[in-house]
Design a protein around this ligand. Structure first.
Ligand code: UD1
Ligand code: CA
Length: 456
């Protein structure tokens, strides 16, 4: 099958009014990725070599988004929404390039599994002209019914055109199908709009192919594959299913999730075996974690790379560009952005490290802040290997602290510190013996005098 060329035609011209959104429906995200991009991924995994995106509503926004998630896709505008067959024909130019297989998919069906698509393509490889992906929903209302005779699919009847008897059929059209490229255009052009909705139905090619004596079959896929998103409640439902799948996959690949239902993954999260993720952790896009790390509860992590055996959180925030090397530690209430925390370095409590390097084995005391921004530009802080930064220090960038440098607590460091130097950036302490007691006595008698005066 891998030798067969395949064009995926993804229909996404619909308006999606029920989303009540200024954003086109199929650009709403699941796991941080537009739902139509999930569809593209499934098509590619099933071996699609070409991609045609049929757009209409919000065409400019769609084109712009497509450049990111499917840079190789060709886009075709369907000016008027006259039905699914009409929509596929909008991509006529791509179809006529002569692919072996055409996979028709919907942009609003993000949980489609590439295995179901591949199964339909296998039928084409065996000589079938059209292979429809069917499923059995809990309630078939609203779906096209698959009408079979002797193991062959003879028609798909849309709900509105069904007889009462046909409405009893539970086997339904998921919407997606694989069509042999050599027949596709001819079959599509024979479709008319003489039906209850007055639309050009893609599903009519089943009867048309049958009348030509071609072989037509239905394959069966799980319900989730066909879950179409029309509103934000369904979007959340799809998100939940996606997350459940991903958590299970992570656990089966050796990641411990103590309370899986509280951990949120992005579409591209990578986690190595023997990493432990505690409850209530959020992974935004672009996170890569190696093996043996521990992510403590309530951490918020995006765009970060975490090497083996790191320790993160609880309540850590790792922002894009955070790069933790082996055994680095970022503890509670710390924020790290665009910064490398080198091997074994510790940033344990209440700290902001941004636009910086923290050298191997360095120790950053509680409350340390890299002052990286002057309101206009960002500046870099370089902290050398083995340096010690005392608690509550402000490092005003650009500034560097040499290898083994030692910063006194409470310092404001504005000038670079050489290797192995000790730097104080605060007033020296002055201690006056007996002065504490004297002050206390003075304040107490003043307070007593005031109280007496008020009572008179
Ligand atoms: C379609 C199927 C139905 C199936 C159901 C599964 C047809 C005729 N019917 O019905 O058998 O059970 O999906 O969910 O195919 N679109 C366009 N341009 C158009 C029309 C549609 O781009 O002119 C796109 C829509 O944006 C959507 C997809 O095609 O992504 C499906 O269209 P929709 O109108 O939702 O079809 P259904 O009535 O749900
Ligand atoms: Ca639909």
């Amino acid at each position: 099958m891998s030798q067969r060329s395949c064009l995926s035609v993804i229909l996404a011209a619909g308006e999606g009014t029920r989303m009540k959104s200024a954003t086109p429906k199929v650009l709403h995200a699941i796991a941080g990725l537009p739902m139509v991009a999930h569809v593209v991924k499934a098509a590619e995994t099933a071996g699609a070599t070409g991609l045609a995106l049929v757009i209409g509503h919000g065409a400019d926004e769609m084109r712009k988004a497509a450049q990111k998630f499917a840079p190789k896709a060709e886009t075709f505008v369907q000016e008027k929404r006259l039905g699914t067959a009409h929509a596929v024909l909008a991509a006529r130019e791509a179809i006529s390039k002569g692919y072996d297989d055409i996979l028709v998919m919907f942009g609003d069906t993000p949980l489609i599994d590439s295995g179901a698509l591949a199964a339909a393509r296998r039928k084409l490889a065996e000589g079938t002209a059209v292979a429809v992906i069917g499923f059995r929903p809990p309630s078939p209302t609203g779906y096209g019914r698959l009408i079979e005779k002797g193991g062959k699919l003879v028609a798909i009847r849309e709900e509105k055109d069904c007889s009462d008897e046909e409405k009893m059929i539970g086997f339904c059209n998921a919407g997606m199908m694989a069509v042999a490229g050599k027949h596709a255009l001819r079959l599509l052009e024979k479709v008319d709009n003489k039906n209850a909705k007055g639309e050009f139905y893609l599903t009519d090619i089943i009867e048309i192919a049958g009348a030509e004596g071609l072989d037509v079959v239905a394959t069966e896929a799980g319900f989730e594959n066909a879950l179409g998103i029309n509103n934000r409640a369904e979007l959340a439902e799809a998100e939940a299913i996606w997350q459940a799948r991903r958590r299970r996959e992570a656990m089966l690949s050796g990641v411990t999730l103590i309370a899986p239902e509280t951990v949120y993954f992005s579409h591209d999260t990578e986690i190595g075996a023997d990493t432990i993720v505690e409850p209530n952790v959020w992974f935004g896009p672009g996170v890569r974690i190696a093996s043996g790390a521990r992510i403590h509860a309530f951490s918020h992590i995006e765009g970060a790379t975490i090497a083996s055996n790191c320790d993160v959180g609880p309540f850590a925030r790792l922002r894009p560009g955070a790069d933790l090397r082996n055994k680095a530690k970022v503890g509670n209430f710390c924020e790290v952005k665009q910064a490398t925390i080198e091997e074994g370095a510790k940033v344990n409590h209440l700290t902001y490290i941004g636009d910086a390097r923290v050298g191997a084995g360095a120790n950053i005391g509680a409350g340390t802040i890299t002052c990286n921004y002057d309101g206009y530009s960002k500046f870099f802080t370089d902290i050398g290997e083995g340096a010690f930064v005392g608690s509550n220090s402000s490092l005003v960038a650009p500034v560097s602290i040499g290898k083994g440098g030692y910063i006194a607590s409470g310092s404001v460091i504005t000038e670079s510190v050489p290797d192995d130097a000790l730097a104080f950036g605060r007033a020296r302490q002055k201690t006056i013996p007996g002065k504490g007691k004297e002050l206390r006595e003075r304040f107490a008698s003043a307070a007593a005098a005031r109280k007496k005066a008020a009572a008179e």
